[in-house]
Design a binder for this molecule. Sequence first.
Ligand code: ZN
Length: 379
Amino acid sequence: MKYCKTCVQPDTRPGIVIGEDGVCNACTNHKDRPNVNWGQRKLQFEEMLERFRGKGGDGFDCVIPVSGGKDSIYQVHKMKYEYGMNPLCVTYRTPLRTALGQKNLDALIAMNVMHIDISFPVSVEKKLLEKTLIEEGSAGIPTHMGMFAAALKTAMRHSIGLVIWGENSAQEYGGDMDDVLNPAMTRHWCLKYGCMREREPMSYVGGNISAEEMKPFDLPADSELEEAKVRAVFLGHYFAWDSSENLEIAKRYGFTSRTNGSVMGLYDYADLDCHLIPLHHFTKWYKFGIGRTFDNASVEIRNGRMSREEAIEKIRNHRDIAWKENVEALCDFIGWNTEKFRSCMRSFANKSLWKQSGDELVMENFITGSKVVDSNLYE
Ligand SMILES: [Zn+2]
């Protein structure tokens, strides 16, 4: 495992490529950012809005996929209050939404928008979550598929031509230059950067999951979106994305952070909507040898708000563990016990990072200089 010498990302993280200069592609892309002509991008955005204003079905101008997080509140603020667009807000209702997630979603609804909360059949959610844990070692695949499918299909169903996503994570966490520069959010992007591990939704059909049950989770083909004249774009392509600025705007509308520190990584205002999202980040320990703090600290370093030494210190004192509350919520939902969850996670341990030592898995040569022991990653 090689770490970027500027940030703290290792080359085991998908999308991260470390160049001969020892710097990763995400850091290099970020350095190029000041060269983006944001004024021109803003104009392009405004021209695009005029093409869609007043054209959507049922009087809507655009669809905004929202979770109730700070970024979705910012998206609604931007579209409705800065640009006077009439959005239809769509939420994929995760079966394990937290109380704080609901509270923040209520704050978004209070922004005086039309909002739909789409639930998928619970029995399918359970089967699919279990299958994706076993086959892909991921706790976040059904929620990501559900979110993409719900938003895009709602736009098609209501003939609303514009869908406004938030940031392009290929930009923040590493990706091919073509994907970083593309304003459009496509099926290709979802599969590659949307936590779907480049696996087609319908490939989960089989065993106890039928094609009919899986269909709602499938994403429209790019050709279907084109035919329906639906275009999904990243707001982050047109405006420099700044999470702390988004947070300040979201707070004005009643967004609440966690009061007892972050659940994962450095931010007490992120990853808080759903019990599954912290566990989704947790699986990175086994696969890539990193916790959420690596992602957050790398962003902080690139924005000049943290030194690499401080980041390593944060990693040393990390909170990126599997909290009992979240593991129990997942286990209660799919009928597992916590030992089964741990053994499932361990089965995805990257053998080049983790070595068996008695009953333990141990990762030596960690960025902090000390080793990581698997059992210490659980509360
Ligand atoms: Zn880097």
